[in-house]
Design a protein around this ligand. Structure first.
Ligand SMILES: [Zn+2]
Length: 310
């Protein structure tokens, strides 16, 4: 009997703790961490198994097919935005942004969450000059953001939020050489398309996720993000603090021209979450072993909880 009472007390206390923590905003108890860490990591492994995913490569085509499959399985609607880029006087290249749309339960202006799925066609920062013309694998740069977005697609199909969420996989972020002007191609095209759309339909907020896989993850606040989206940045960092996500650093460090910039320039609140302190950036050493399943999940979890409260 005594034993029974002890067990019963344990159950009562246990469920009180659950109710208490389960109702706190920002607490990650409702996200199945084991399941979704696996989901995200599997996507990253799959992307890396495709090899480099620069435009025109086999890995690039396989990545598009993967995003389309995930979209068909989980999204309410998949929208393709094909465009062509003039790469020299005599040649051009076909590219495409893929958008997975989730309607949300209450409607309103959508939250746009973006990541570039292309990887850099050349490893110009590699320590060995012989590698400078080889395409990078981009486990972190290209892979990590794409894997988090694919995980979000799966999650949002089960856990819709109030606003519509548009997951946009941008092409051509990392395409051209330093002074070519051929960067941020997909996001620039997407932002230009918005000019033809009524402002009421513009994104409520643009959140770009890039290079979030690093084992030593440190996400500092970025200058354009702070200037144009400080209240959203506060929300992200509040959630991160609530979840004990150590990789979110409160100070400002870099000014970065990433896929959020074309939207920032239009006056749309736009944020990039990025760890730019990555020694393997644009080298052949940007491989899966440099990435952390826990860190990627922590970013996923912070983003999922942040958009739940918008
Ligand atoms: Zn890059």
């Amino acid at each position: 009997m005594k034993q029974f009472r002890q067990i019963r007390n344990f159950i009562v206390v246990g469920s009180m703790v659950f109710v208490l923590f389960g109702s706190l905003p920002g607490f990650a108890s409702s996200i199945d961490s084991k399941k979704y860490s696996r989901v995200i990591w599997n996507y990253l492994e799959t992307l890396c198994a495709y090899g480099p995913r620069n435009p025109g490569s086999e890995g690039y085509r396989e990545t598009l097919a993967l995003i389309r499959r995930v979209g068909a399985n989980y999204a309410d609607q998949v929208v393709e935005h094909p465009f062509s880029v003039r790469t020299s006087k005599s040649s051009s290249m076909d590219m495409v942004n893929l958008e997975l749309r989730f309607n949300g339960t209450e409607g309103g202006a959508p939250i746009l969450i973006g990541a570039h799925f292309d990887t850099r066609p050349f490893a110009e920062e590699d320590l060995n000059p012989e590698n400078w013309s080889a395409p990078i694998l981009g486990a972190n740069d290209g892979g990590s953001g794409t894997a988090v977005l694919l995980g979000l697609a799966q999650y949002l199909s089960q856990h819709p939020v109030a606003r519509p969420v548009h997951l946009v996989f941008f092409d051509g972020e990392d395409f051209g050489g330093k002074d070519s002007g051929l960067k941020l191609l997909g996001s620039t095209f997407y932002a230009q398309q918005l000019i033809q759309v009524e402002k009421e339909k513009w994104p409520y907020w643009v959140l770009v996720i890039d290079m979030v896989g690093d084992k030593d993850l440190q996400i500092f606040k970025e200058t354009f993000s702070l200037k144009g989206s400080s209240s959203f940045l506060d929300k992200i960092y509040d959630v991160a603090r609530g979840q004990g996500a150590q990789s979110f650093k409160e100070s400002v460090k870099y000014t970065i021209y990433d896929d959020h910039y074309p939207f920032h320039r239009m006056g749309i609140p736009s944020t990039v979450l990025i760890d730019f302190d990555y020694p393997y950036w644009h080298t052949l050493a940007d491989t899966l072993d440099k990435c952390s399943i826990e860190n990627m999940f922590s970013v996923f979890s912070v983003v999922a909880k942040t958009i739940e409260g918008l």
